[in-house]
Design a protein around this ligand. Structure first.
Ligand code: GLU
Length: 488
């Protein structure tokens, strides 16, 4: 079925807005398939819908796919032997191909005005007939039609669908799909403005760019019969088709902005790690043969087999992504994690590399994404504002709390800098616990709030060690002072 021995895949995004997670999903699977086969993966920009064109969208697609670690062999930005790779730069190619189809009778010019088409549609709706072009210009005498085209009468070009036949094609995951042609509209191939429609452009380009396998979202299946008819009238072999299951919201509806962020940049800008995002997308409708849920891009590529794609709608589950992100984050080598935090601007101002290296081992277990790091470690570089009300545990009062903090200050103060270790601090705390009769949980919470200003922090004794003896003692003293304002 494949003409070229060499596998070539592509994605064909339209630059109509923010780079979509669905684009990354298709890109990942096409990339993996091509790389595994030692073939090529390319990007083509489908920008023929000028009304929906968004400036900058193309660049965002490249930037976000690169962020994920994907690369492509051909495309508008990298060039290649089958360019140009932007459809708006290929208008002459489509025109030439459409002319061929008109000459052979496989397509025909249609001069129906938009008003006429509108009243046709209205009549179809009113009489309950199925929508579709009624074929008014289908039977025009070709010589007359050519004359009108020559006289520059506005027109589109339509595909002449052989209505009495059926169109059959294979989907790699679904097997044979058969569509009765009378249900297929005489599709517009070239618009009045000379721009091709998606259907013409995608077929011509996939052919000229020697695409052997098309992996794309299942929302395109209904277009395939038109494409197959086009391949047939051009006399071309149909590439292998593989329609990927739609990504879904938790309620099974098609993944949408309303229920889930769908912009790739959103995830990048919130500190999700590209490794986690790739891993997450690689689990959408796919499972590794050994059932493993954590894998790298390289591992995904090395074992990718499209026949393992499962058609049950994969759910875009942010809790799962969060879990994967936390897990990837914990596994990153410490220097890499430190660099990522710096690059993402998520290290508190003033934190030295040494301090960052010291705190990472005790924090990385406690965060799922990079932006959680700074709020949790800020206390190491800036003193918390003491808040008396927040310091006092339930059923305790200011005087009692101050007494316990003062006892901690004294017990810790007996440790010199050389013995300023978590173990020694734990022993000192235990002595205060016994002497005060406070519960351990309350005692540590008060110490934590006094030293860090927050109820959730890295382990408190390790934090005190990082903070240093003098600073810890000073913060305890400040907390006592807050609880017991000096009497005049
Ligand atoms: N331009 C279409 C899109 O935006 C391409 C569909 C295809 O892959 O054929 O997804």
């Amino acid at each position: 079925m494949v003409e070229a021995a060499h596998v070539r895949t592509r994605i064909a995004p339209s630059p109509t807005g923010q780079a979509h997670v669905g684009t990354a999903y298709a890109a990942l699977f096409n990339y993996a398939f091509a790389r595994r086969a030692g073939g090529q993966f390319l990007i083509r920009i489908e920008d023929t819908d000028r009304d929906r064109f968004v400036a900058g969208a193309e660049e965002e697609i490249y930037a976000t796919l690169k962020w994920l670690g994907l690369s492509w062999d051909e495309g508008p930005d990298v060039g290649g032997a089958c360019g140009p790779y932007r459809q708006s730069e290929r208008l002459a190619v489509y025109r030439e191909h459409v002319d061929r189809l008109v000459s052979s009778g496989a397509a025909y010019p249609c001069f129906c005005t938009s008003e006429r088409l509108e009243s046709m549609r209205m009549a179809q709706r009113q009489t309950g007939r199925p929508p579709g072009y009624d074929g008014t210009c289908r039977g025009l005498n070709p010589a007359d039609a050519a004359r009108r085209v020559g006289a520059k009468e506005p027109h589109v070009v339509r595909l002449r669908v052989p209505k009495e036949e059926a169109t059959v094609f294979q989907d790699l995951l679904r097997g044979e799909i058969r569509i009765e042609n009378h249900t297929i509209d005489d599709q517009v191939l070239l618009k009045t403005d000379g721009f091709p429609t998606y259907h013409l452009a995608v077929v011509v380009d996939d052919r000229l760019m020697r695409i052997t396998h098309i992996l794309r979202g299942e929302e395109w299946i209904s277009s395939v019969p038109k494409h197959v008819l086009l391949y047939r009238v051009f006399g071309w072999v149909v590439p292998v088709m593989c329609h990927l299951p739609l990504l879904r919201n938790a309620d099974r509806s098609k993944v949408s902005k309303r229920k889930n962020p769908t912009s790739l940049a959103w995830y990048r800008d919130r500190g999700y790690l590209p490794e986690a995002m790739v891993n997450f997308l690689g689990l959408m409708g796919y499972s590794m043969s050994d059932g493993r849920e954590r894998f790298s891009l390289e591992e995904f590529v090395a074992s990718f087999d499209p026949t393992r794609i499962c058609l049950g709608g994969p759910v875009f589950d942010l809790a799962k992504l969060g879990w994967l992100n936390g897990s990837v984050l914990r596994d990153l080598p410490q220097e890499v994690l430190a660099r990522r935090l710096r690059e993402a601007g998520q290290v508190p101002a003033g934190m030295t590399d040494a301090l960052l290296a010291g705190v990472l081992p005790i924090v990385r277990e406690r965060i799922q994404t990079l932006p959680e790091f700074a709020p949790m470690t800020e206390f190491l570089v800036s003193r918390p504002k003491p808040d008396a009300a927040a310091l006092i545990p339930k059923k305790r009062d200011a005087a009692g709390t101050a007494a316990v903090l003062r006892a901690l200050r004294e017990a810790y103060g007996m440790l010199d800098a050389g013995r300023w270790t978590p173990d020694a601090l734990a022993e000192a705390s235990a002595r205060v616990e016994v002497a005060s009769g406070w519960k351990k949980g309350d005692l540590y919470m008060v110490a934590r709030l006094a030293v860090t200003g927050k109820p959730v922090t890295p382990p408190i004794l390790e934090s005190m060690v990082l903070l240093g003896r003098d600073e810890t003692l000073a913060r305890l003293e400040r907390a006592v002072a807050t609880l017991l304002p000096p009497t005049r």
